[in-house]
Each structure stands twice: as C-alpha cells, then as structure tokens.
Design a protein around this ligand. Structure first.
Ligand SMILES: [Fe+2]
Length: 154
C-alpha cells in the first residue's frame, strides 16, 4: 500500500474478496452455460460465453492481485451459483445481466472507498466499472429484437 493511501484497508479487502468470489462464480456460470447451447447458432454463442468465462477469470485474478498487493489473504470461496435450469439464450443473457449488475455494484462500492485516496486503486476500480458497463451494454444489445434501437432493457 502506497504511503499516501489512506483508505480503510479492511473494507477494501472485504469488497475485493467479494469481487473475487463473484468473478469466480462467473467463470463457472459462463462455462456451464456454454455447455448447454444447442441449435444452429451454437458456435458463435458458445465462443462468446467462453470469452466471458475467460474474462471473468482475468477479473478474478486481477482482484486477487489487488488483495495480495494489500498483504491480505484472498478468499477461496465462490459467489452464489444459481441454476434456473432454463437454458434459453435470452434467459441466460438476462441472468448474466443481473449477476453482472451485482459485480458492477461491488466495483462501485470499491470506487466509493478509494476515490481520492489511492490513485492506483481508484484507477483500477474505474477501469473495471468501464469494462463491466461496456459488457452490460453489449448484452443489452444482444437482448434487443433485430431492427430496434431500444429494447425492454435499453
Ligand atoms: Fe467481471
């Protein structure tokens, strides 16, 4: 931790551990969904879901590195894994949007803790909020009916 950082280390580590767990849950969730796509659109959807699994793993690793940067112990836990047993792609996308919104809220909590207190952690939180909002925007576009600009989630 930089000598000028004055954020609450315990709170930041606790949020980072929840981020780590949420991102690891994303790895499992997207991998699971990717195994359950059938039909003629299978190939691009499977590869998109696996990209999301890889991105969640990268995000988990980044959160973990931030935890050890603070000299703290990374959680070995994993966030909640719900299986609706509905594998319709729109349902999968909607579930993804809801769980990603929870991760986004954690990154916002993190930003609230570090804003103006640590350039490094503030930069990290802002980058992650940017990445997660871009991701949510992409999912919203995928949920729109072709030919429409604003869908029910837009
Ligand atoms: Fe993420």
């Amino acid at each position: 931790m930089g000598e000028f950082d004055d954020f609450n280390r315990e709170r930041v580590v606790s949020i980072l551990n929840r981020i780590l767990e949420a991102e690891l849950a994303g790895v499992v969730r997207y991998t699971h969904y990717s195994l359950l796509v059938f039909g003629h659109n299978r190939i691009p959807i499977v590869s998109w879901l696996r990209e999301q699994a890889n991105e969640s793993l990268l995000h988990a690793q980044q959160a973990g590195e931030m935890i050890t940067h603070l000299g703290a112990y990374p959680s070995l836990g994993i966030g909640p894994l719900l299986d609706s047993h509905k594998h319709d792609i729109a349902v999968v996308m909607q579930e993804s949007l809801e769980t990603e919104a929870k991760a986004l809220a954690l990154y916002r909590d993190l930003l609230g803790e570090v804003a103006g207190r640590s350039v490094m952690f503030e930069e990290y939180a802002r980058q992650m909020i940017y990445a997660e909002e871009m991701h949510a925007g992409e999912v919203v576009k995928m949920l729109r009916k072709p030919g429409t600009l604003a869908g029910s989630f837009g």
